[in-house]
Design a protein around this ligand. Structure first.
Ligand code: ZN
Length: 160
């Protein structure tokens, strides 16, 4: 589905399309310590994350699934950013990303390509696309035992 004109600036659009066309860390891992699945039913985005955590550090991370350019690019950017970081650092990055989606401004200096998603903050439906990978990462590293898939559809988020 083509993006609407004016959603993102030209430079940011280029960065986003680069991640969409040449995704980093796409695929699966032979061994991993935690995994999670997520979906964004509003858009049809689906993602699976497999994470290898060793001594509190994210050694490897792969994503697979299908979705729109924003969901896929955000997943690629997320994996690139958090590989090599500790679990607490990754959790902080997830919080920083949520602030980027609320404020439309990167809360940290070194957010790199992820800043290209700042323009998405103005479009709540696309925020769900961009946030999917990050919500799924939080599930994988904080609740790897949970069987329930992550969803961006808040109405179905009941804990029963
Ligand atoms: Zn989407």
């Amino acid at each position: 589905m083509p993006e609407r004109d004016g959603l993102l600036g030209d430079l940011y659009k280029e960065i986003l399309l680069d991640h969409y066309r040449n995704p980093r860390n796409k695929g699966t891992l032979e061994t991993f310590t935690c995994a999670a699945d997520g979906s964004n039913p509003l858009c049809g985005d689906q993602i699976r994350l497999e994470v290898e955590v060793d001594d509190e550090t994210i050694d490897a991370l792969r994503f697979s699934g299908v979705g729109c350019s924003i969901s896929q690019a955000s997943a690629s950017m997320m994996t690139e950013y958090v590989v090599g970081k500790t679990v607490p650092e990754a959790e902080r990055a997830i919080d920083d990303f949520q602030r980027l989606m609320i404020e439309g401004e990167a809360p940290v200096d070194d957010f790199g390509d992820i800043e290209a998603l700042a323009g998405v903050a103005k479009f709540p439906a696309r925020v769900k696309c961009a946030s999917l990978a990050w919500k799924t990462l939080r599930q994988a590293i904080e609740h790897p035992e949970a069987a329930e898939p992550v969803t961006t559809d808040d109405r179905s988020a009941n804990h029963g």
